[in-house]
Design a protein around this ligand. Structure first.
Ligand SMILES: [Zn+2]
Length: 325
């Protein structure tokens, strides 16, 4: 057989290889389709294609939606602290368990109207904010994702995100869980007592020991280290009612303009922050977030039952889901 005689056979081999690599039915013949999906390796939601999103839904993946704010953080931290912190923890979780989670782009603008005395802060009307988050969760639920976690990075988003999460649970057939990243550090009761040096209450609040440490770990070059200065909120003047801390509050609250209780926008003791402490916080938060994803993903749905004597004769108002027959 001469060299020229081999050409048809070689061309046939090349054609078959091309066919195998371009048609999923050929791949499916020798390995499960889901294993070939980028959805099991890529945690960034926006990097998938629509067929890969279908595979992520089939794989019961949990969606994490980081929610933040563009807001002043004193003289020493940039405006993006509440984006960098939850975004970094979500990214770390995605890198650990890309086959189980998808991380959405961070919602950048939050509810921060009380901070508008400081330039740079960008406020979103609370109705706009709640609606935007609901638009995201409802889009996810519509496509078929049934487990959604809002990972918050900005304290004053909480009452608004609480409403957005509740409404997602009532107005879609998905389940939506809300957690602020700093609460991840309270799950292991041993962690914070061994970590925290700042006073309680007041040492943790805003641009404080905690936020500054995590930011030092995630983006050290952006910290103006020569400008770090403590300030405890003047609401913490010893009265038993209005004291505040990131992890607990007095029995009453008087949330007014930030400039009335903090002259430079800091509340807490950032002078106690270090990069090493930030790394410990990051590792602990990612570990706890990963456990929450596993717990939530495996948790069976709770069963609903209506208790009216006879079937209601009209749809439930307010856009909530009716109980199916
Ligand atoms: Zn913050």
């Amino acid at each position: 057989m001469g060299a020229n005689d081999e050409r048809p056979l070689r061309r046939w081999k090349v054609d078959m290889l091309a066919l195998c690599s371009h048609h999923s039915f050929a791949l499916a013949a020798w390995r499960p389709r889901i294993m070939s999906s980028r959805a099991t390796r890529e945690y960034r939601y926006e990097k998938l294609t629509w067929p890969e999103i279908n595979e992520a839904i089939e794989g019961n993946q949990v969606c994490i939606v980081p929610c933040g704010a563009v807001e002043q953080h004193g003289d020493h931290l940039p405006l993006d602290v509440d984006l960098v912190c939850p975004g970094g923890i979500a990214r770390g979780t995605g890198e650990r368990m890309a086959d189980k989670v998808l991380v959405l782009p961070t919602v950048p603008y939050g509810y921060t109207g009380h901070v508008m005395d400081f330039p740079g802060t960008v406020n979103t009307h609370y109705e706009t904010f709640i609606r935007q988050v609901l638009d995201i969760t409802k889009s996810l639920a519509y496509h078929g994702f049934k487990k959604i976690i809002l990972l918050n990075g900005h304290g004053s988003n909480m009452p608004n995100l609480d409403l957005a999460a509740r409404r997602t649970n009532l107005e879609t057939d998905a389940e939506c869980m809300l957690i602020a990243w700093w609460h991840l550090l309270t799950i292991d009761k041993e962690f914070l007592p061994g970590w925290r040096e700042s006073e309680f209450p007041g040492g943790f609040s805003h641009a404080c020991e905690l936020e500054t440490s995590l930011y030092l770990y995630l983006a050290e070059d952006d910290v103006r280290k020569d400008k770090i200065k403590n300030h405890i909120s003047t609401l913490n003047d010893g009265n038993p009612y209005l004291w505040t801390d990131l992890l607990a509050k007095g029995p009453a609250s008087l949330v007014s303009w930030t400039s009335t209780y903090s002259p430079r926008g800091v509340m807490g003791q950032p002078e106690l922050a270090t990069r090493e402490k930030g790394e410990q916080v990051y590792q602990e938060a990612v570990r706890q977030m990963s456990d929450i994803v596993d717990f939530f993903r495996d948790r069976p749905r709770d069963t609903r039952a209506h208790h009216q004597a006879s079937r209601p004769s009209m749809p439930i108002p307010w856009g909530q889901q009716d109980l199916p027959d």
